[in-house]
Write a protein that binds this ligand. Sequence first.
Ligand code: PHB
Length: 396
Amino acid sequence: MIQLKGAVAPRRALAAGALLVASVFGATSAMAQGSPIRVGLMLPSTGTYAALGTAITNGFKLHVAEQGGKLAGRNVEYFTVDDESDPSKATENANKLVKRDKVDVLVGTVHSGVALAMAKVARENKTLLIVPNAGADELTGPLCAPTLFRTSFTNWQPAYAMGKVTAQKGHKKVVTLTWKYAAGLQAVEGFKEAFEQSGGKIVKEMTLPFPNVEFQPFLTEIAALKPDAVYVFFAGAGAAKFARDYHAAGLKNSIPLYASGFLTDGTLEAMGEAGKGLQTTLHYADGLDNKKDAAFRLSYAKTYKLQPDVYAVQGYDAAQLLRAGLAAANGDISQKDVIIKAMEAAKIDSPRGTFTLSKAHNPVQDIYLREAQGGQNKVIGTPLKALADPARGCKM
Ligand code: PHB
């Protein structure tokens, strides 16, 4: 009996081993053959930021299409939610993707307030989150996390650069105006930090609720205050309306208007005459002299019959970053540690210029000074090179 057992046992073990090998191999080959990576795109497709959401989606999908519709050998399946840039619906919307659709990775969003709620859902469910726009400083500050990455910027980054540039131009007294939510408030803080370090003074900080566009009372007040310059954070459709109103109020030629580059990205056509000559700071610009950008712009224009903007670039780079992570794990999304390590070490060949990620997972990148000329945001300088966000409060 004992002998018999002894004889059978190895055979059983062999059979069990073979089964195990077969099932592991089966899983791997099913994975390689195209069980898709589930990507949840949580972005606005309505409201003042609708065009930004579309550009991010286009950029992300363009990179995937360039890879033959795959990322690291895996097909990609998209699940989408219109988050309406509404923070009050953000938790529910993120849960739809994470719990109902069981996405492997969340990509989103544009609005800082919505992104903060997304980050909470992603963290609670240990879901990988790639932020392709929202600049909320907290995401790569006190809320930084191993599974949270950003391919865009912090609200601080372009604003800090504009504060420095405004001071260098010799302006002393500035009025600020923005929407009263994280992005605008943090941009003003960043601007103020650099501007006041250089001896400037903010004489008045004005805000209106997001996404209101009743700018007239503020323009009347600016005209009365007569500051040396005005700094604003606005984006999307609201930004175009603001520039037109600033121009129509007769302020454009008397009080220089400066902004984080979101004011003029994707909006110059809608601004018309009002946009001409506006100077802004951003981590992307039209007419950058690099090969990747030239190829990207050609490919984007061909595919979508549209010119790309910073949002398209950030979406494209979100897909590039995910691919870098997945490639290191041979497409196996369950190997989180391997994926995270590879994403942390990635050097992204971006249309904006190559960038790496800081310890807090935010791009370390050049900030360009741009001037709107002929419908484009042309580079006229690089006030800060390889600028890293201070990542205050990030313990990682
Ligand atoms: C943000 O809410 O973080 C935000 C929105 C639009 C932009 C930039 C930042 O263009």
